[in-house]
Design a protein around this ligand. Structure first.
Ligand SMILES: Nc1ncnc2c1ncn2[C@@H]1O[C@H](COP(=O)(O)OP(=O)(O)OP(=O)(O)O)[C@@H](O)[C@H]1O
Length: 331
């Protein structure tokens, strides 16, 4: 049984054109010890999936799903306390530009020690518990590769370099010993050396701690080698999903092919809302979502049938939603 199991999740939000399906029947699973990459152009709905999983959505938005469970428990029907408890103990999220989320008036040490869950703190007396928190904070920053812990734990957020800040945010996420880490484009805007270091850290955490990771990025090339599986999202629809190696070698969906063909230019960090060199046009706004397959107007293989949403088709553990898939003759 997957740890996180999402089937046909739809998120409707209010726009000037009325309620729109910003996520439309999204499928996503994550197993223990798996690193799954979730990719798609800017605006495809990657961050909305994180919000829907964490339950951090405005009350007027509507989330429905055939299945949305965490280790067998239904996330949609559980109480908000239970949901919060799962987000506190089991699932941690590292956001884009996370350092801005820190309190500028407290040291990194104070903030990290405060984030250690009570049940992981040892001792009865005040000083014992304080020492235990400090010990956990130090071992966690070591785990993420921050070596001079004394210096950094006594520093304020504005006093640390960006890559240390990013590592520190990963430490903040790991301090509760989560089972799943959701990293929402944590390397966006980073220069290549820092990016490589951060990606290496995620791989190490996965290998040594068996941490499951949902790695969200628009940078397919950077995360391809570290991820076991891949889910491709376009305009709120999951278009293809499967083992990374297989999908890279033989993508079935034209959008995945376009992303792969554009990948070398992703090295320079494609700015948000820019066009893909291999696909005409840009991702539509939510007010102008096409009917049927949302890639239709941009797709080089589109035909009349594409005004009907393609069903999810499966070949072993490779799934795709396209009426006219690629590479079928080789299967
Ligand atoms: N709070 C919001 N209110 C209205 N629309 C929103 C909101 N958040 C996201 N959207 C819209 O939902 C769509 C998906 O946005 P989302 O941020 O999830 O994309 P993304 O794939 O994470 O993009 P990026 O890679 O730039 O972070 C976009 O069209 C966006 O404009």
């Amino acid at each position: 049984m997957p740890m996180l199991d999402i089937k046909n999740m739809t998120l409707e939000m209010e726009t000037s054109a009325g309620y729109v399906k910003a996520l439309d029947k999204v499928n996503l699973t994550i197993n223990t010890g798996e690193i799954r990459a979730l990719v798609g152009e800017s605006g495809s709905g990657k961050s909305l999936i994180v919000s829907a999983i964490s339950g951090a959505i405005p009350p007027q938005w509507r989330v429905t799903a055939d299945r949305m469970s965490w280790r067998g428990e239904n996330l949609l029907t559980m109480s908000s306390e239970d949901r919060r408890e799962i987000m506190r103990r089991d699932i941690a999220v590292v956001f884009q530009n996370p350092i801005t989320a820190l309190d500028p008036s407290a040291t990194l040490g104070e903030q990290l020690e405060e984030s250690v869950p009570d049940e992981l703190v040892e001792g009865t007396w005040f000083w014992e518990r304080k020492r235990s928190r400090r010990k956990t904070a130090i071992s966690t920053v070591h785990k993420v590769g921050i070596k001079q812990h004394k210096h950094y734990l006594n520093a304020y957020p504005h006093q640390i370099p960006t890559d240390t800040g990013q590592k520190f945010m990963i430490a903040m996420a790991l301090v509760s010993q989560p089972k799943l880490l959701i990293a929402d484009d944590p390397t966006r805007g980073m220069e290549t050396t820092t990016k490589t270091k951060v990606l290496k850290l995620f791989t190490q955490l996965n290998q040594t701690k068996s941490l499951s990771i949902l790695f969200i990025s628009h940078d397919l090339l950077a995360i391809a080698s570290m991820s076991h599986t891949l889910t491709v999202l376009y305009c709120g629809q999951t278009v293809e999903s499967g083992k990374m190696k297989r999908v890279r070698k033989r993508p079935l969906h034209p959008y995945t092919q376009a992303l792969l063909d554009s990948a070398p230019s992703f090295r320079k960090d494609l700015p948000p809302k820019s066009t893909l060199p291999t696909l005409e046009g840009t991702i539509p706004s939510l007010q102008h979502v096409p009917i049927g397959c949302r890639l239709g107007p941009r797709c080089p293989r589109a035909q009349k049938d594409c005004v009907v949403t393609p069903a999810v088709r499966r070949i072993h553990d490779h799934t795709y939603s396209c009426h006219f898939p690629l590479h079928m003759e080789k299967l």
